[in-house]
Design a protein around this ligand. Structure first.
Ligand code: FAD
Length: 540
């Protein structure tokens, strides 16, 4: 039996001896009575003096239950045993290997679960393997030559591979531990298991994605890259095959559709095929860059340069005002010590996003600053109206940037004053977006209500985080891929509302937002498949 000890507060420069003394104090026992302990959570309390707050689990040489009763403290509790769910394979016959479309977190984790139970999935990914994808992306950033199938959105690992790799999520699900354990087994730093806001970084993510592929193949899965699913063959409401690259068909009985939020051509194909899809609200805006030191000082005060704390982050939210043009705004995908990335996936459209390496060592902090957009703001009632809405502003950004995927950018002061930026000479850092930025007026690439909402938000956020509204912070646009513009609704059994055998999953289906929740959703769908279908015969 283990006990959990919470609220161990220590200065950020504490020693191991301090840590042990704090445990002894909480337990009122000498450390020799502790058989083993493990840190399960570490957060930063920056309210007064900046401190670390730990939670640990320990086993003792004495009776844990008696001690907990004696101490009668909220901070020392017995740990409830977590029971690993054993899946019992179902009875229905599976004629063909399950097909997983998309090798992002949802698709990869669905495939892993299926492969672990011997279901030998076939993964079809439109993009390239992570090694070739890496080269394509670096080439794009250097030259402005975009590969529409191998980019920041598409390719092995999915949209989050070239990211900060933040693993924070708002969902509560026992499968989260499984996702974290898998990341650690495949090369993530072990600390992700206990730090409050874990992140992996692009450098680690690329390795992990590569390792996951090796593991999948070992377990009997097949992965086909450069394989765009161009059609679903549906007969009498049932999926019977998928078409790849407009060229050939693969017979199918169950298809996990984990296509992410940027597969607009695939959304169009689904709509044409009569698969039920719905438009959904979204958020758009721009990336904002500040010196990382400014954020560190705002968050940690005199501790700003403490190496133990690393680069500081923030989360900012503003609710909607009374006017139609004062929408709810929030910061999104904050990348401490990172870079703004060119994240387009279609020709002639500019899209921004952010990423960091594990060290978060760049001197610039960035995050998206976005305002909410409702389906009433789209022109048109069909489910693809949101896609058209996003494309319109991405195209404007391309034009305003002057071509070659340069992005329009503006100093915050000029944005608030409503005047274009002619240069960014007095900005105290080099804006990080590549292949380059064009100083201009960002109002020209955003809907008026979004510009106005962002202006309000910048002032409000400046009061919450000192320096956020500094005049020579830089805005780069447009940020349009915060979530899917479409939902592919599914029934309780996770199948599409009107196509038997089609299992929409992850962010692209509207059932997740972020790496961890997408991975968890993939596992949930795979578990259901395992519990429905009989394990395939050997010659599958
Ligand atoms: P995706 O990861 O989008 O994967 C979908 C896959 O399907 C893609 O690889 C695509 O190529 C493939 N595909 C699409 N259509 C087809 C088709 N027709 N045929 C074959 N293959 C197809 N989230 C976080 O939690 N933390 C972060 O720090 C973070 N940073 C991000 C930074 C960037 C630059 C971006 C773009 C996203 C970031 N996100 C982050 C969001 C996160 O990446 C997504 O929420 C997550 O990847 C969604 O997973 P998914 O598997 O549902 O979809």
């Amino acid at each position: 039996m283990a006990i959990r000890i919470s609220n161990i507060k220590l200065p950020i420069d504490h020693t191991e001896k301090d840590f042990i003394q704090a445990i002894e104090k909480k337990l009122r026992l000498p450390i020799k009575k502790v058989k083993a302990y493990e840190i399960i959570k570490r957060s930063i309390d920056a309210r007064k003096d900046v401190r670390f707050v730990y939670q640990i689990e320990a086993t003792l040489t004495t009776d844990e239950k008696k001690l907990v009763e004696k101490l009668h403290s909220q901070d020392v509790q017995i740990v409830k045993e977590k029971k690993q769910k054993e899946l019992i394979p179902g009875d229905e016959e599976l004629l063909y290997p399950p097909i997983v479309i998309g090798a992002g977190p949802a698709g990869l984790f669905a495939a892993l679960e299926l492969a672990k139970y011997g279901y030998k999935p076939l993964i079809l990914e439109r993009g390239r393997d992570v090694e070739r994808r890496n080269k394509d992306i670096l080439h794009f950033w250097r030259t402005g030559e975009l590969n529409i199938h191998s980019n920041v959105q598409f390719g092995e690992g999915g949209a989050g591979t070239f990211s900060d790799g933040k693993l924070t999520t708002r969902i509560k699900d026992s499968r989260i531990d499984q996702v974290f354990q898998t990341f650690v087994e495949e090369g993530a730093p072990k600390e992700i298991l206990y730090v409050h806001k874990p992140h992996i970084g692009t450098d680690n993510l690329k390795k992990i994605v590569y390792n996951l592929r090796q593991w999948l193949i070992k377990m009997g899965a097949t992965i086909k890259f450069d394989s765009l699913v161009t059609n679903l063959i549906i007969e009498e409401g049932k999926i019977v095959a998928v078409e790849v690259n407009y060229k050939y068909q693969i017979p199918a009985q169950v298809v996990v559709m984990a296509i992410g939020h940027s597969a607009r051509d695939t959304y169009e194909m689904l709509y044409q095929q009569g698969v039920t899809i719905q438009g959904k609200p979204l958020a758009i805006g721009a990336r904002i860059e500040h010196p990382q030191q400014l954020i560190n000082e705002a968050q940690y005060g005199s501790y700003a340069n403490a190496p133990q704390l690393g680069a500081a982050d923030y989360t900012l939210v503003k609710s909607a005002g009374e006017s139609e043009d004062d929408r709810a705004c929030y910061s999104f995908c904050m990348c401490p010590g990172g870079v703004v990335v060119a994240a387009a996936s279609e020709k002639g459209m500019v899209v921004t996003n952010g990423m960091s390496y594990y060290s978060r060592a760049s001197r610039v902090a960035n995050s998206a600053l976005v305002a909410t957009v409702s389906t009433d703001d789209f022109k048109g009632d069909d489910p693809l109206a949101g896609v058209r809405f996003l494309r319109k502003y991405e195209k404007k950004a391309y034009q305003l940037g002057g071509g070659g995927y340069k992005a329009p950018a503006q100093k915050v002061g000029d944005f608030l004053d409503g005047v274009p930026s002619n240069d960014l000479d007095d900005v105290p850092f080099r804006p990080t977006y590549r292949p380059g930025i064009t100083p201009t007026d960002l109002h020209l690439t955003l809907p008026d209500f979004v510009s106005q909402s962002l202006e309000q938000a910048i002032s409000v956020f400046g009061k919450k985080l000192r320096g956020y509204d500094t005049r020579n912070a830089v805005l780069t646009g447009v940020e349009t891929r915060t979530s899917a513009p479409v939902r592919i609704p599914r029934k309780e059994d996770f199948q599409s509302e009107n196509v038997i055998g089609l299992y929409p999953a992850g962010e692209g289906a509207g059932y997740a937002g972020g790496i961890v929740s997408a991975a968890v959703d993939g596992i949930r769908v795979a578990e259901l498949l395992i519990e429905t279908y009989r394990r395939p015969r050997k010659n599958f």
